[in-house]
Design a binder for this molecule. Structure first.
Ligand code: PMV
Length: 332
């Protein structure tokens, strides 16, 4: 099944002749998974092997503005800089827009403003694709539900399915071949004291894309067979921790989940390793501080930087040990 089949099925009962606006505008937050998505059952539709659970960063993400242009190809501007038509990012974006073009063959100016470092393991593709589908929904007045937008965003990038909501979000793996049951939904929890800090450790380009690393893990890592079990267990525990606001349980489960994901990657061949010496040093510092009684945990995605998890009452102390920490507000 192709992406275009899913788009066709989704629009089958909709009136696509709705009013077209002059421009479309939407913001989407980036998200950080507490229980990770790693491995696909369908690489074309970005259907995951397991469900995953994340928290959105309300102030960090992408704002996308779309306007029609009278040109032969789409134009993409990122943070006020026009991007080359042959860049990997533009090609991926144009291919995504192709899914929605009809006989009118419209072309767009896609103006994206992102306030997160691109390719620092901060899911720029997640907020990028989520804001793009929401801006298209605005431009063409499709009036799609957030669930439908989540399905469309997933076709751009898996983790983008979770960036349609603020707060805690669960992306259901689903079972269907067409992926109509693989979308994200918000979870009914808030936690004003919960904090995330981004610990920048390296600005070097990723050694391998998450897309490629994921597939290599699924195809070659013997440890991957245990990953679905770990996810099942961690999703239940994290929901319990959110329900009763047990921070040590939440932090410990999120950290263990990330480490297990990285362990399955290390067992791939050729090995997939997102650790730098600085990553390991920071982990050891977190473990040492925890031994001393500080309730501090980390999570790590497909890059060398860490995200620290803690409660607001120890923020000052955490900043003392990690002066470069960028603290993020999660709830108002
Ligand atoms: O959606 P992608 O292809 O950018 O993959 C995201 C993978 C991780 O960030 C490592 C885990 C996750 O659930 O966000």
């Amino acid at each position: 099944m192709k992406k275009s089949d899913v788009v066709q099925a989704l629009f089958a009962n909709k009136n696509q002749k709705a009013t077209r606006r002059e421009s479309g505008l939407a913001f989407a937050p980036t998200n950080i998974a507490l229980c990770k998505y790693w491995g696909k059952r369908d690489t074309e539709l970005n259907l995951p092997n397991t469900s995953s659970l994340s928290i959105s960063l309300p102030d960090k993400g992408a704002l996308t503005k779309l306007t029609f242009i009278d040109e032969t190809q789409d134009k993409v501007v990122l943070n006020d800089k026009p991007l080359a038509a042959d860049s990997a990012f533009v090609k991926r974006l144009v291919q995504f827009l192709d899914l929605f073009r009809n006989e009118e063959n419209w072309k767009l100016n896609v103006n994206i403003t992102m306030n997160i470092p691109v390719a620092a393991g901060l899911a720029s593709s997640a907020c990028g694709f989520a804001s793009l589908v929401s801006a298209l929904n605005d431009l063409f007045a499709w009036q799609l539900s957030t669930k439908e937008l989540s399905i469309l965003a997933r076709l751009g990038s898996g983790s983008a399915s979770r960036s349609l909501w603020m707060g805690f979000v669960e992306w259901h793996a689903g079972l269907q071949r067409d992926g109509m049951d693989s979308f994200a939904e918000p979870l009914p929890f808030t936690w004003p004291e919960l904090k995330i800090g981004i610990l920048p450790l390296s600005t070097k380009e990723k050694s391998i894309s998450s897309r490629e690393a994921m597939q290599r893990t699924v195809n070659t890592s013997l440890l991957y067979a245990n990953w679905p079990k770990k996810v099942l267990q961690d999703t239940v525990i994290i929901k319990q921790a959110l329900q009763v606001k047990n921070f040590s349980l939440l932090g410990g489960t999120a950290e263990s989940n990330a480490l297990t994901m990285h362990a399955t990657m290390l067992a791939s061949w050729p090995p997939v390793c997102y650790f730098l010496p600085e990553t390991i040093a920071a982990m050891q510092q977190v473990w040492a501080l925890r031994q001393e009684g500080l309730d501090l945990f980390f999570t790590q995605d497909a890059g060398p930087n860490l995200k620290l998890l803690y409660l607001s009452d120890i923020e000052k102390e955490v900043k003392k040990y990690f002066p470069s920490l960028e603290t993020i507000k999660l709830f108002d």
